[in-house]
Design a protein around this ligand. Structure first.
Ligand code: URA
Length: 198
């Protein structure tokens, strides 16, 4: 598939998401938050679900957690613009409640397509929900994020999942900042290695 047709596929998919009524979240959403970033990204971050500011703007990770994430990525040497960023759910759950299993299942159509088209070498699920979901999708045994974070799990030749803590954890508990910083530094190195063809 060439770059143009991948971009076109993603564009059509995002238009489809904007019309989506697969689960009841369409009744309370303001904007669909499909995701953003280059179609040829080496790394893809997958959060949980849009929050208030994402729902208002239609962009992923632009609220408090998102600003913290962006700041921490940049200081680890990862440019936000080089990573594709999305979430398990494309619509905000009311009052930021946890995503329901049925919503994750119905929304997986979009994430599966994003993963297929972008085909990232490095999948970065943020937090427990996204990590468990990616582990199940790729047939890995589940393990708590407290054990899995910052470690590369190979899912096929040259392709890894590296679970990370969700930045909301750091926003609530500043003591966790150092842990996420260290993991992002590791991710930064892996991204650079992949780009250098190592
Ligand atoms: N948290 C997420 O998991 N995704 C967003 O887009 C924003 C906050």
């Amino acid at each position: 598939m060439n770059m143009e047709s991948s971009e076109e596929t993603l564009r059509k998919l995002s238009l489809e998401a904007e019309q989506c009524r697969r689960c009841p979240l369409w009744t309370t959403r303001r904007r669909v938050v499909f995701g953003e970033g280059p179609v040829n990204s080496v790394a893809m971050m997958i959060g949980e679900a849009p929050g208030r500011e994402e729902d208002l703007t239609g962009r992923p990770f632009v609220g408090k957690s998102g600003r913290l994430l962006t700041e921490m990525m940049e200081s680890a040497g990862i440019s936000r613009s080089e990573v594709y960023i999305t979430s398990l759910l494309k619509c905000r759950p009311p009052n930021n409640r946890n995503p329901m299993a049925s919503e994750i299942k119905m929304c997986a159509y979009f994430l599966d397509e994003q993963l297929r088209v972008i085909n990232p070498s490095i999948i970065l699920p943020l937090g427990k929900f996204a990590s468990e979901n990616m582990f199940l999708k790729f047939g890995l045994s589940l393990m708590p994020i407290s054990r899995a974070h910052g470690k590369p799990f190979e899912i096929s030749r040259g392709k890894v999942i590296i679970p990370l803590y969700h930045p909301a954890v750091v926003a609530y508990n500043p003591n966790m900042r150092g842990v996420l910083e260290k993991d992002l530094l590791f991710v930064s190195k892996i991204i650079k290695d992949k780009k250098a063809g190592l």
